[in-house]
Each structure stands twice: as structure tokens, then as C-alpha cells.
Design a protein around this ligand. Structure first.
Ligand code: PFF
Length: 457
């Protein structure tokens, strides 16, 4: 087992798992989704999902990983047999597909970092037009997303401790510092308080069924749940670690960064009278308009700092996404880490090409399908299938698996290593009730509603 590697300490795990959780989901997606869905009203629903459903599923995943010392496929197989192993395999496939499009967006962030810090992009007269051309032009995209994938592959190749843990321990604190500095700067700008008010005064009129399940999908994606990333990371932690406190810290850190990302972005956006409900272009269009109004040198630092932050956040997530299929190949196919990393990086990069070409470069992938009353690009469809629908489904299956197959008392046994007072405590009762009743029922209902709304509406 030693060959699989492992985290050096509890802190190492927390940095890596928080690194996985904190990503584009927090800094790119959360603010624009909250901006479109009632600000703090969305935040409240999101936080409820995170702590009531997300945290118990995270604890379950980590416990399964540490118990089996295996990748998601191997873990389900060991505890549940060959049919349950398919659930693990499906999780790995979701991870592969998520990374395929995630790497494209990470490439945009990285490209913007280079251009804002060192190029002339801030002189552009029309950022919306620029962004549309930029994402449609696959030559630039190709270069930046290949670079990003190579960087990810290199870190994963370096191994769990030196690569993943080492990188996360440096990037996570740096990210936090950049975030705080930009927040402080933003709050000093004129009209910043309008942004704070927009963000923090809830508008419940914008909440409906669709908002509630999009908050659930967002919560699962943000915590990296439902596809076995935390089974994999859990398989690298020590028996002495306290799973409950580690999972709680990761969850709190992730939620905090999403919250702070909103607090960074809305004051900036309002200070220049930009629209807070811009959508996916919020950081690439509205924020650029904000940076443009600054002194050119300050703009290079604040704007460059922002896109560097976004790239760092993405990188600690892409490494966790790549680690999942790599762990699978290393454990199950007994091939070397280097070979597994190269094979997966190439396959995943290739799978991402249609996503990259779906922003105007080619018509087929741009208008790939039509449902929910709108035309969807290839990337939209991959997101709907492998993240919005599948991650909560993965959480549903995990909780059913623990409740009916692995059994609560085995989960309690695993958690009680490193947490001697767990058994018989109120925490044990809470997690057992959540995993056995609340998660299966709620996630099952949400799955059916999401499918109906998305594909049969
Ligand atoms: N949690 C990441 C984010 O919020 O951007 C995305 C993610 C990473 C999802 C790793 C799933 C995963 F396994």
C-alpha cells in the first residue's frame, strides 16, 4: 500500500481537499449564479444544502476512502461487490468529463492573467465582444488549455505528498491573501456599498424550484462531491485523523471562499455601474470593465491578481480531478503513476476539444442540442449531464450504499478512529440519520425533479 502515497498530516489533507473544493465553482460560478438568483436568498439556500446534505455526504465519502484505501471503483467493489463498483466507475467517468470542460475554462482564466498582467487587453474598447472572440478563437485557447493540462499533469505526477499536498499548501494561503486584498480595495471604491447591499439583502422573489435545485448542484460541485474525489483523497489520510473535524473545516473553508468571492466581485461591479446579473461573462466582461477604469499600473496588479487567483483556485481543483482516474489506473491496472498521468491527461484533453470549440468556433458544438427551451452548447450539455444531474445522483447512491450495504455501524467504526468519543455522541446520531434517511429521500426527489425539468419539461 505504501506505493499509493498519502498526505503527510491532517493539515496536508485539509489543504488539498479545500484546494479541490475551492475552484472555479466558487470564484467564477457562485457570484454570477447568486447575482442572477436573488443574492443572499440564494446564498441562504446554498448554505443550507452545504451543511445539511453536503457535509454528511463528504464525511461518508472520506470514511469509505479511508476504510478501503482505494480509488472510487476499488472502494465500492471492496465493500459492495461488482455491481456497486459500477457506481464508483461512473463517478470516475464524471470526473473525467468534468475535467475536460473545466480545463478549458481554467485556460481562459490563465490566458486572461497573462494578458491583463503583461498584454494590452485593458485598452480594449468592448470587453463583451473581446470575450466572445477570445473564446471562439481556438488557437489562443489551445495554447492556454494545453499549458494548464501540462501543469496539472506535472503536479499529479509528482505524487500525493510532494505534488498535490505541496502545491495546495502554498496556493491556498496565497489565494486567500489575494482575495482579502482585492476585497479591501473594492470596498474603498465609490458605490461599493450598493454592491454589498445587493449581495447581502435577500431577494426571495427570484427563488423558485429551479433555483433550489441549481443551488444543490452548485453545492455538490463546489464541495467536489458525488464522484469520488473525496473517496480518493480520503484513501490517503491517516487513521489518526478526525474525519468529522477535517470535513467540517473543508466545508467551512469552501463556503467562506464562495461568500468572500461575492463580497469581492459585487462592490467592484457596482462601483462601475456594471450589471450584477451578467451571467458566465461576469468575471471576464464586467470585471474587466472595472479594471479598465483604474490607473493602468494598479489595473495590472489588481486585475492580474484576480486572474491569478482564479487560475490558482482552478489548479488545485484540476489536480484533484485528474488524481481520481489516475488513482484508478494505478490501483486497478497496476501501471506506473507517470504512465497513468500521461494517458489520462491526453484522453481528457481530447475530450475537452468539443467543449472548447463550442463557443462559436464550430456550429455543431456551439448549437449542440436544444432543451429547456434553449440552445445548448456542447459544454452546457456536459455540465448538465455530468455535474448538475450526476453529482447529486452520486451523493444519493453513496448514501443508499452506506445505509443498505456497508451499514451505519461500519461507518461509525471507521469515523471513531481518530475520534474516540464519536460513538454514542450526538454527531453519530446526526450523521446516521442524515445518511440513512434525509440524504436518500431529499437527493432522490431532487434527482427526479431535475430530470423532469431538464429533459422532459
Ligand atoms: N470543487 C470545484 C470547484 O468548485 O470549482 C470543482 C470540482 C473539483 C468538482 C473536483 C469535482 C471535483 F472532483
Amino acid at each position: 500500500m505504501a506505493a499509493r502515497g498519502g498526505f503527510s498530516s491532517k493539515l496536508g489533507f485539509i489543504a488539498a481537499a479545500a484546494g479541490s473544493a475551492v475552484g472555479l465553482g466558487n470564484i467564477w460560478q457562485f457570484p454570477y449564479v447568486a447575482g442572477q438568483n436573488g443574492g443572499a436568498a440564494f446564498l441562504l439556500i446554498y448554505v443550507a444544502w452545504i451543511f445539511l446534505i453536503g457535509l454528511p455526504v463528504m464525511v461518508g465519502e472520506i470514511a469509505v476512502g479511508r476504510r478501503t484505501l482505494a480509488n472510487p471503483y476499488g472502494a465500492y467493489k471492496q465493500l459492495g461487490g461488482k455491481y456497486w463498483a459500477l457506481v464508483g466507475l461512473f463517478g470516475i467517468i464524471c470526473g473525467v468529463m468534468i475535467l475536460s470542460f473545466y480545463n478549458v475554462v481554467a485556460g481562459w482564466a490563465f490566458g486572461y492573467f497573462i494578458q491583463v498582467s503583461f498584454g494590452n487587453i485593458l485598452k480594449e474598447p468592448d470587453f463583451a465582444g473581446y470575450f466572445n472572440n477570445y473564446v471562439a478563437d481556438y488557437t489562443d485557447n489551445l495554447i492556454f488549455s494545453i499549458s494548464f493540462m501540462i501543469l496539472t499533469a506535472f503536479i499529479v505526477y509528482k505524487g500525493v505528498q510532494k505534488g498535490i499536498e505541496g502545491t495546495s499548501k502554498v496556493l491556498m494561503p496565497t489565494l486567500f491573501i489575494i482575495l482579502i486584498l482585492i476585497i479591501i480595495y473594492g470596498l474603498t471604491l465609490p458605490n461599493a456599498m450598493d454592491g454589498v447591499n445587493f449581495y447581502l439583502i435577500p431577494n426571495f422573489d427570484l427563488i423558485n424550484g429551479a433555483t433550489i435545485y441549481s443551488a444543490l448542484g452548485q453545492a455538490f460541485f463546489s464541495l467536489s462531491l458525488g464522484m469520488g474525489a473525496l473517496i480518493t483523497y480520503g484513501s490517503y489520510i491517516s487513521k489518526q485523523d478526525n474525519i468529522i473535524s477535517s470535513a467540517t473545516m473543508v466545508t467551512v473553508a469552501d463556503t467562506m471562499v464562495a461568500f468572500l468571492a461575492g463580497l469581492m466581485i459585487f462592490p467592484l461591479v457596482f462601483s462601475q455601474g456594471q450589471s450584477p446579473s451578467e451571467g458566465p461573462g461576469l468575471v471576464f466582461v464586467a470585471l474587466m470593465g472595472v479594471f479598465q477604469t483604474m490607473d493602468p499600473l494598479v489595473a495590472r496588479f489588481v486585475g492580474g491578481g484576480f486572474f491569478l487567483l482564479l487560475s490558482f483556485a482552478a489548479l488545485t481543483s484540476t489536480i484533484s480531478l485528474l488524481e481520481v482516474p489516475v488513482a484508478f489506473l494505478v490501483d486497478e491496472k497496476k501501471i506506473s503513476r507517470g504512465k497513468a498521468v500521461s494517458i489520462m491527461a491526453v484522453i481528457i484533453f481530447a475530450l475537452g476539444l468539443p467543449s472548447m470549440l463550442g463557443f462559436g468556433a464550430t456550429e455543431v458544438f456551439t448549437s449542440f442540442m436544444h432543451y429547456e427551451g434553449v440552445t445548448k452548447s456542447f459544454m452546457d450539455v456536459v455540465q448538465d449531464v455530468f455535474f448538475v444531474v450526476s453529482l447529486p445522483l452520486g451523493g444519493f447512491l453513496l448514501s443508499i450504499f452506506i445505509a443498505t450495504r456497508w451499514k451505519n455501524h461500519n461507518m461509525s467504526e471507521e469515523i471513531s478512529h481518530g475520534n474516540a468519543s464519536y460513538k454514542g455522541s450526538i454527531f453519530e446520531k446526526f450523521f446516521n440519520v442524515m445518511i440513512t434517511f434525509v440524504c436518500p429521500v431529499v437527493l432522490g426527489i431532487m434527482f427526479v425533479l431535475t430530470m423532469l425539468q431538464k429533459f422532459f419539461g
